[in-house]
Design a binder for this molecule. Structure first.
Ligand code: ADP
Ligand code: MG
Length: 346
């Protein structure tokens, strides 16, 4: 995971710094840049803001990230989610309530592949405590009936969550970082920032352009080449969020097991996709869909995109070494590591 971060940050930040210098030269004054780092949500995060008061603006946003983690983490017993999971019921407030609503919607939109109730299965594989093991199929078959979203009762007006079955649990891990990056970018915007880039463990979101008006250049981690990247995407005002089987996994008996679970089987998704990147305005949507398209596999993902009125573009890297790039970002994406097939809407 650290390598992912280094590469992407390397590119994003190097460019940002280089460009700031260039801008300064042209404009006759150096554009102010503030930068800070934080380890939260099990992720190395880097915040870069151009313009005045950047240090304070970043400090406020880092406080908010910690606040979000304390509300939403499954690993923090006192969080809203931690309490609901240990007590079998509870209340979701503010950000927790927003994430629940988004998760239920995404579950519907993806025919159940995005599933915030999959947590008991994620736990059985040991991903929650890094005590990895391969559960037997009978163990998984016994757990799958307690992962159905229809058995999660959520009352929108009160935020009350109850479960129909014992042992059920919820987890917003597949959208929390995208939600966080969107929220931070919104805070930057509200504080008057015009140019910023944040990197939450390889998931990048940008505000505006680089100070000189050029697009940000964001590198996407190559799943097989450490310190190498699949390609570079040029963006402004967008989130670029990747899900990959290489990010969190363990090996047993010569086989790799990763942390993105196919809710139909209870096992790590084997869809023929190595990594799924989503580019969208909305970080929460991008995070939710990167996990979902990874599970769908190539054909289903393309069909989903073609039929969906959700506003997003994708970069899929397949197990046979090909890049599938949706036409809306094809002109802004380059790769010198793999052949690109452009996918058209129709
Ligand atoms: P990461 O958070 O590592 O960048 P993802 O956004 O793809 O990657 O989220 C993976 C996490 O989401 C897992 O660690 C697990 O907690 C949870 N998860 C696993 N499978 C699913 C699923 N089918 N639907 C929703 N969440 C899932
Ligand atoms: Mg995700």
């Amino acid at each position: 995971m650290n390598k992912t971060i280094k590469v992407v940050i390397g590119i994003a930040i190097l460019c940002a710094v280089a460009v700031a210098g260039y801008y300064g030269y042209n404009a006759g004054k150096e554009e102010e840049v503030a930068k800070n780092e934080l380890f939260a949500m099990d992720t190395h995060m880097v915040f870069t803001v151009y313009g005045e008061n950047g240090d304070e603006i970043i400090a406020d946003s880092m406080d908010e990230v910690v606040n979000l983690e304390n509300q939403l983490s499954t690993n923090i017993a006192s969080s809203q989610v931690g309490k609901i999971n240990s007590e079998g019921q509870g209340i979701l407030k503010k950000d927790g309530a927003i994430l629940m609503e988004k998760s239920i919607l995404l579950n519907k939109q993806t025919d159940g592949l995005f599933n915030p109730a999959i947590y008991p299965v994620v736990e059985a594989w040991g991903f929650t405590k890094e005590e990895y093991r391969v559960p037997s199929q009978s163990e998984l078959d016994a757990l799958l009936p307690i992962t159905k979203i229809q058995d999660v009762n959520y009352d929108k007006s009160t935020g009350q969550v109850t479960f129909n079955k014992e042992g059920m649990a919820i987890d917003f891990g597949a959208i929390a970082k995208g939600y966080t990056s969107s929220k931070v970018i919104k805070m930057f915007k509200d504080a008057g920032v015009k140019s910023a880039i944040i990197n939450l463990g390889g998931n990048v979101q940008t505000l505006g352009t680089k100070p000189n008006g050029e697009k940000w250049r964001v590198g996407i981690q190559h799943p097989e080449i450490s310190d190498g990247y699949l390609g570079i995407i040029d963006i402004e005002d967008k989130a670029v969020i990747t899900s990959g089987g290489y990010e969190r996994f363990f090996e047993e008996g010569g086989k790799k097991y990763h942390h993105i679970i196919d809710p139909r089987t209870g096992s790590p998704a084997e869809s023929g996709i190595e990594s799924a990147t989503i580019v969208a305005d909305d970080g929460t949507l991008a995070d939710g869909l990167s996990t979902s398209l990874f599970i769908m596999g190539k054909e289903k993902a393309i069909k989903f995109w073609r039929n969906s009125d959700l506003d997003f573009q994708f970069i899929l890297y397949t197990k046979d070494g090909k890049l599938l790039v949706s036409e809306g970002i094809a002109d802004d994406f380059t790769s010198d590591t793999a052949p690109i097939e452009i996918i058209k809407k129709k």
